[in-house]
Write a protein that binds this ligand. Structure first.
Ligand code: BG6
Length: 314
């Protein structure tokens, strides 16, 4: 059972939520993180942003998630890489361009609220209480909960509870940066025949065009698309690393595929010299026209489950 409560300092976290060897707390990247160990895998989760930063398996060395070489916590900025949580809006704010992109929880401290561990799985729960947010920034009453479960697979669940009396409009994403050997050797299947909005069509979202995906996705230039409709499993075939990453989402009716390619990576400045070749974002989302409307006192859950296997295994 996951035990729930809420302390924030490192020694307090260790005393209350440490479950050695399955869950422990350390300082890394300049801030507090939880290190989860289970099923021959290790994951690192920043308390800032409730962001998974790393996932590695002993039997197949190498990162499954891509992380910026200059990743630093506590710098007042979202860390690029791992699995950032975009909430309670995806992309630019729908009405106010001065608001932070992808919502306000990515660079914020979350509260650890629970942990559990066995040899086969480790779980961490973090909560962001948005009822304390200035209504001028966001006029709703809600809480977000992230539950991370490390087992043979990595599962991240983002629950939104509407604590107010009005319907809550929500867009969001679990913005997973998958690590790939070389983007030139990668193809993505599972979104064939899906309609997508190409965010590169125009600077104005109202005139964005709709397209239909023909065949697998191969990235040879900047890609920034919101695919519509719930796909089954998305498979990233990585021939240079000889592995397949599968992503299965629930509570999601849109999937964002993003790679900044060369010029945008240079503008962003935190991808390293060839970062764009080593990553591909496959984001479990409700984005664009796919707005989730949560009734008062109701809850919505967005879940992404990621698994890895050698190419050709079942
Ligand atoms: C993607 C968006 O999800 O995130 C892109 O579709 C955006 O448009 C990218 O550029 C990165 O966003 P940020 O705010 O982390 O630089």
């Amino acid at each position: 059972m996951v035990e729930r409560s809420g302390l924030t300092d490192l020694s307090g976290l260790e005393a209350r939520f440490g479950r050695a060897p399955g869950v422990r707390f350390e300082n890394r990247f300049g801030g507090p993180v939880a290190v989860l160990d289970a099923a021959g895998s290790t994951a690192v989760v920043a308390i800032q942003g409730a962001q998974v930063l790393s996932w590695q398996r002993l039997r197949a060395p190498g990162e499954i998630l891509w992380l910026s070489p200059v990743a630093k916590l506590g710098a007042g900025k979202a860390v690029r890489g791992g699995v950032p949580v975009c909430w309670p809006w995806f992309g630019p704010h729908p009405e106010d361009a001065k608001m932070p992109a992808h919502g306000f929880v990515r660079a914020a401290p979350w509260r650890v609220a629970g942990s559990a561990a066995s040899a086969r799985r480790a779980t961490l729960v973090l909560i962001f209480d948005a009822t304390a947010i200035d209504p001028a920034l966001w006029p709703f009453r809600a809480a977000a909960e992230i539950e991370i479960t490390l087992a043979e697979t990595l599962t991240i669940s983002l629950s939104t509870s509407n604590l107010g009396d009005e319907t809550l409009p929500l867009t969001q994403a679990l913005h997973t940066y998958l690590a790939v050997g070389d983007i030139a050797d990668v193809s993505l299947s599972g979104l064939e025949d899906h309609t997508y909005v190409d965010q590169l069509d125009s600077g104005t979202r109202h005139v964005l065009g709709r397209h239909v995906q023909a065949g697998e996705i191969v990235v040879t230039s900047e890609v920034d698309r919101i695919y519509q409709g719930a796909p089954g499993t998305i498979t990233v075939l990585d021939r240079s690393l000889g592995r397949e990453i599968r992503v299965s989402n629930t509570g999601s009716r849109s999937t964002v595929i993003w790679n900044p390619w060369i010029e945008k990576a240079e503008r962003l400045g935190d991808l390293g010299h060839d970062g764009y070749r080593r990553m591909l974002c496959v984001e479990a989302a409700n984005a664009g026209d796919d707005v989730v409307r949560i009734a008062p006192r109701a809850r919505h859950r967005l879940v992404t489950e990621i698994s890895v296997r050698p190419i050709g295994s079942s």
